[in-house]
Design a protein around this ligand. Structure first.
Ligand code: DC
Length: 215
């Protein structure tokens, strides 16, 4: 069982994916953390995340152990992740790790929930269920700002919104695996939903897609 969840930042994918994995007893992978790992490695070495050779070398050395780095959620790392994510060699190096996780879920689980930008389109085109989780730019910027404040990081709404818009543009415009719904994805707009509402809506979609109609 593979559930693919794609969408822009702060649309609620991560919270939703984690809850679905728990409810359905599936393994969970936040694939954005892989791109964040690559950016964090480059930044920690004083490099520029937009330089292909440097970013590709970091991607080739990435392992699941790196996902425990404490700096992955920093804003600078998020921006760097969006830059390394536009480099085809970085995406190719990370593709293998993601597909291996989907094919052989850890801890003997019977399947996976993967969240990211290109899971339904590129990483797992044969996923059983594909959700494209989105929300208005204003809603997402407000959610991101709340997250930052909760972590004690000072932030200005207008700036958060602008950075989010820049990241959306970069993720959607890149030539390799751009952010877009798969043709067979169900779009879930969470602008007017809280986490519980999004979870219920997603469970309904999954149930409908994985339950065979009566003969
Ligand atoms: O979801 P996130 O903010 O942690 O992702 C960080 C960046 O990584 C995001 O700007 C785009 C990129 N990304 C990607 O290109 N493909 C994925 N499957 C996941 C993330």
């Amino acid at each position: 069982m593979i559930i693919a969840i794609d969408g822009p930042g702060a649309a609620g994918k991560g919270t939703l994916a984690r809850r679905l994995a728990e409810a359905l007893d599936l393994a969970y992978l936040d694939t954005g953390l892989l791109y964040r790992t690559v950016a964090a490695k480059v930044l920690a070495a004083g490099g520029d995340p937009a330089t292909p050779e440097v970013a590709e070398a970091a991607a080739r050395s990435a392992t699941f152990m790196d996902l425990n780095r404490p700096d992955l959620r920093e804003e600078a790392v998020g921006q760097g992740a969006s830059q390394v994510a536009a480099i085809p060699g970085v995406r190719a190096a990370l593709l293998d790790l993601q597909r291996r996780f989907a094919r052989q879920p850890p801890e003997g689980k019977r399947g996976v929930v993967l969240d990211g930008r290109d899971i339904g389109t590129v990483v797992c085109p044969d996923a059983n269920v594909k959700l494209f989780v989105t929300a208005s730019l204003e809603t997402r910027a407000a959610r991101r700002q709340k997250e930052l404040r909760a972590r004690g990081e000072a932030s200005i709404y207008a700036r958060v919104k602008q950075e989010m818009q820049e990241r959306d543009a970069r993720d959607s415009a890149r030539a390799t695996a751009p952010l877009k719904p798969a043709s067979d994805a169900v779009v879930l707009d969470t602008s007017e939903m809280d986490a519980d509402g999004a979870f219920r809506a997603a469970m309904d979609i999954i149930t409908a897609r994985t339950t065979a109609p009566p003969a």
